[in-house]
Design a protein around this ligand. Structure first.
Ligand code: TEU
Ligand code: CA
Length: 559
């Protein structure tokens, strides 16, 4: 079989708006990214996933695309983008682009035509329905609050938008629309890109008739997700997309799929089915969500996390492949969420990195993770920019009269802007991100937490990531070894092995700020051992009982 480079790779996600500003307008841009490629090369990653850089009115920071074949003015020009690709390939880095085709912007040419009249040739590029008894066609709620339907006066019908009203859903039932998407994909593939990350791609097939969702509590709007997540024709569409657009190219694909379970993921990533190479699943980032609606909080139990990862690791052991992530541009910062961003920031960030990079699958690093960037607490809702955060605040506080303090608390823990504050390059004003005024404030901890400090400090999180990434290149067991969990019931430590032929990796992780101990099973203790990596120096000797310091992580290679 052809070598699957995406299994051996480490992928780095860039959120361009917040990465590096080159011209002082306060917005990160493509020349800014080019100026930091040597930094990425030093880190050692193989692939960059670039969040959307296409023309967009930025209702949802580029996830609302008005022209799929041009670059957003804020970010630069097509020439800048071509240079980015060339500079990346010149350094041996691959580039995967975001593909956002569940919806477009309402300012896309297709939508402008579509809304003109019921018989416009573009009408069926989107999902239009007449109202029902003077109300919306069904009771579905938008992910970003309110109804998922918007009334349009010109033709007196509603269009569907699962996200904001400036993100109308594309109608995948229409073969002409599908062909347009495949042509657009080939436009980028012909330029030489190395793959796509596909935004909410398991939402594209909706159940016929778009029925009302069950609504026992008689709420105004409820989630309609059961009628569009992993919908009836999703596998047909993905297979068709592969055949029509992807098959000729040596590229990788990762489908972002909220609500996907292991059995479905197996179908999506089974190599013989030609759909996608891996999916982003959401189960492990829902374990700390309470029952009370958006960003309701619940403490995370380590046993839940272990059980969940073990289910995915074993579920996709033989068929399919896992993506591995703990944060991205929609999720809080990993060290604030799963670690301890105060007293043990460095130790816990390294521990979590060890955890993820030693699992089976392709690891994703979100910009700033490699220097241990943390969540942010802005005093006022006015300082927040994310549409999901702002709409949620408006709905809960202004419409439902909830306590603003409580809502702010949930934003501090779960809000998407935690991940979107500018990258902290150095300790100069605005963290060296811009010479102007940043579009969103920089986290005030930039004097201590920044890349130039991290690069100089051999003991930094940054250098620990370099080592983890390098190990992946040296040890096939990290890519291919079988996963097995030890001590599944333990609430404090996470221990697992990876096995390839006669070799084993023993990964021991203390998820607490207390000391813990791990009694090594006799059959493992008998084996010859070598420390591969550890976040404390000097590393623990291999012994029959291993004493673990706060957030200690240690990986032994046994044979
Ligand atoms: O995210 C899809 C998604 O599921 C999000 O709604 C996410 O779960 C939520 O925001 C968490 O609070 C993708 C993109 O990654 C996101 O940035 C976009 O806003 C969204 O699709 C619409 O394109
Ligand atoms: Ca700029």
């Amino acid at each position: 079989m052809e070598k699957q480079w995406w299994k051996e790779s480490v992928i780095y996600q860039i959120y361009p708006r917040s990465f590096k500003d080159s011209n002082g307008d306060g917005i990160g841009d493509i020349p800014g990214i080019i100026s930091k490629l040597d930094y990425l090369k030093e880190l050692g990653i193989d692939v960059v996933w670039l969040s959307p850089v296409y023309q967009s009115p930025n209702d949802d920071n580029g996830y609302d695309i008005s022209d799929y074949r041009n670059i957003m003015d804020d970010f630069g020009t097509m020439e800048d983008w071509e240079l980015l690709l060339k500079e990346m390939h010149g350094r041996g880095l691959k580039l995967i682009m975001d593909l956002v085709v569940n919806h477009s912007s309402d300012e896309h040419q297709w939508f402008m035509e579509s809304k003109k009249s019921k018989d416009n040739p573009y009408r069926d590029y989107y999902i239009w329905r007449p109202g029902k008894e003077g109300k919306e066609p069904n009771n579905w709620q938008s992910t970003f609050s309110g109804s998922a339907w918007q009334y349009d006066e010109t033709t007196e019908e509603y269009y569907l938008h699962i996200f904001s009203k400036k993100q109308p859903d594309l109608n995948w039932e229409n073969p002409k629309l599908r062909q347009e998407v495949y042509d657009m994909m080939k436009f980028w593939l012909e330029k030489g890109i190395d793959g796509f990350r596909m935004d909410v791609i398991n939402f594209i097939s909706k159940v016929d008739g778009l029925p009302d969702a069950p609504n026992p509590d008689e709420k105004k709007y409820v989630s309609g997700s059961r009628f569009f997540m992993n919908g009836p024709r999703i596998h047909d569409y993905l297979q068709e997309m592969h055949k029509e657009a992807l098959a000729e190219y040596n590229v990788m694909t990762v489908g972002e799929m909220p609500g996907v379970n292991v059995e479905q993921a197996k179908l999506y990533t089974d190599e013989t089915r030609d759909e996608v190479n891996m999916v982003f699943q959401f189960e492990h980032v829902d374990l700390d969500s309470g029952p009370g609606g958006k960003w309701d909080l619940k403490p995370l139990k380590l046993t839940d996390l272990k059980q969940n990862f073990t289910k995915w690791q074993t579920g996709l052991q033989e068929i399919g492949w896992n993506s591995l992530y703990l944060n991205n541009h929609d999720q809080p910062r990993m060290v604030s969420r799963f670690g301890n961003d105060k007293q043990y920031r460095v130790e816990s960030a390294k521990m979590l990195a060890t955890f993820l990079h030693m699992l089976k699958g392709t690891p994703y690093i979100y910009q700033g993770e490699e220097i241990g960037m943390t969540n942010v607490r802005f005093d006022s809702i006015e300082d927040y920019k994310d549409i999901e955060t702002l709409n949620m605040y408006d709905e809960k506080v202004n419409q439902n009269g909830e306590d603003p303090k409580k809502v702010m608390e949930s934003i501090y823990v779960k809000g998407r802007d935690n991940a979107r504050t500018p990258f902290q390059w150095d300790d100069s004003e605005h963290g060296g991100f811009t010479t102007g005024t940043p579009w969103i404030q920089v986290n005030s901890n930039y004097p201590e937490i920044n890349a130039s400090q991290a690069v100089l400090d051999e003991g930094s999180i940054f250098h620990y990531y370099r080592k983890l990434i390098k190990l992946r290149k040296e040890q096939p067991i990290i890519v291919h070894g079988r996963y097995d969990i030890l001590l599944p019931e333990d609430e404090n430590i996470y221990v697992y092995t990876r096995t390839l032929d006669a070799q084993k990796l023993l990964v021991i992780l203390n998820f607490t700020e207390d000391e813990q101990s791990f009694p090594v099973p006799p059959d493992l203790h008998e084996m010859k051992s070598k420390v591969l990596i550890s976040n404390y120096e000097p590393a623990q000797e291999y012994s029959s009982t291993i004493q673990l310091r706060p957030y200690e992580a240690i990986v032994y290679l046994l044979d």
